[in-house]
Design a protein around this ligand. Structure first.
Ligand code: NAD
Ligand code: UDP
Length: 324
């Protein structure tokens, strides 16, 4: 039975945005995929098309509790955590517990099988960075008691716990610091900048730019992010290693780009900037390139095209009317 598969992969948070794309790629590669999710920010709909695949198993469970899986695992991708600021500000304690208890349980599952664990960490460990672009050697500038700390500190703890398991118990681990990622299956209402701007533009509503919009982000298309996670899994690199795009743009520039791309006549509405919102974010990709041979390939124009197409289809399916 197991001979039919190249490997057995556990994807925690597999019904989320990145996780669902990762499950898809792993199945295409011939892996058996065990997806575990509590649907707190993800959706069953994201993996519904995979349910008929005999290699795919979906389990509803909360990683905050210990999980017993009878299967022998070859690799664990630990993605279970809220990721959008709107989600983690709504779920502060759950987010801290996903990074702490959830990571502990994911590590236990990996270690039981001697499997490699890939931790989905984040550029948010750099906080509002004082180094630019951000290299992995930078320790970060995080406000430990600010509202964003529930996410930043949960991931910093998750990295620390992962490294402790490696040092103390010889666990086989790799840490990916993922930078802003976008693409189809982001929830329309999850509050992140790209789904928000695209849906506002399609509805002809004002685009809500936070502050002056001069803060920057470097956005990476999800297929590239997933390729990076797979490259890390297939290497012996411990990391942490940045996985993201170094194509940086201002938030206002992004709003204008989306507006032009969709042909929308939406206005720009300048709204309050969230507390501790990082000013500049751009990864240094030297390590990813040299250690993993990985670089993003999909340019903004193509990534935005695919994402807009997804939301146009979703709006048509849900009867939201034609694009504005
Ligand atoms: P997402 O919210 O779409 O997916 C996260 C998934 O984890 C959801 O399906 C959610 O239901 C599940 N989950 C949360 N807590 C859980 C728990 N306790 N037990 C079981 N399942 C749980 O977010 P995403 O954008 O797909 O992010 C995936 C991972 O990548 C996260 O760990 C996130 O921190 C990391 N990451 C994402 C980005 C990005 O730009 N998308 C950037 C940096 C890091
Ligand atoms: N942002 C914005 N309008 C929105 C949502 C977000 O201007 O409707 C800004 C936000 O303040 C931040 C950037 O876009 O400066 C990226 O925000 P997002 O929530 O996507 O991710 P973050 O990088 O903050 O985790």
């Amino acid at each position: 039975m197991s001979d039919r598969y190249t490997r057995t992969a556990l994807v925690t948070g597999g019904a989320g945005f990145i996780g669902s794309h990762l499950c898809e790629r792993l199945l295409e590669e011939g892996a058996r995929v065990l997806c575990v999710d509590n649907f707190s920010t993800g959706r069953r709909e994201n993996v519904r098309h995979l349910l008929d695949d005999p290699g795919f198993t979906l389990t509803e469970a909360d990683l905050v509790e210990p999980l017993d899986l009878p299967e022998r695992l070859d690799v664990v991708f630990h993605l279970a955590s809220a990721a959008s600021p709107a989600d983690y500000l709504r779920l502060p304690v759950e987010t801290l517990e996903a990074g702490s208890l959830g990571t502990r349980h994911a590590l236990a599952l990996a270690e039981r099988s001697g499997a490699r664990l890939v931790l989905a960490s984040t550029s948010e460990v750099y906080g509002d960075p004082l180094e630019y672009p951000q290299r992995e050697s930078y320790w970060g500038n995080v406000n430990p008691v600010g509202p964003r700390s529930v996410y930043d500190e949960s991931k910093r703890y998750a990295e620390s716990l992962t490294m402790a398991h490696r040092r103390a118990r010889g666990a086989d681990v790799g840490i990916a610091r993922i930078f802003n990622c976008y693409g189809p299956r982001l929830r329309k209402d999850d509050g992140r900048v790209i789904p928000t701007f695209i849906n506002q533009a399609l509805a002809g509503e004002p685009l809500t730019v936070a502050g002056s919009g001069h803060q920057t982000r470097s956005v990476c298309y999800v297929d590239d992010t997933v390729r990076g996670l797979l490259a890390l899994a297939d290497s012996d690199c411990v990391g942490p290693v940045n996985i993201g795009s170094d194509e940086e743009l201002t938030v206002l520039g992004l709003a204008e780009y989306v507006r032009n791309f969709t042909g929308s006549r939406s206005e720009i509405d300048f709204v309050a900037r969230p507390a501790d919102d990082p000013v500049h974010r751009r990864p240094d990709l030297s390590l990813a390139t040299s250690l993993l041979g990985w670089r993003p390939e999909i340019r903004l124009k193509e990534g935005i095209r695919r994402t807009v197409e997804h939301f146009v289809e979703e709006r048509a399916r849900h009867g939201d009317g034609a694009p504005a």
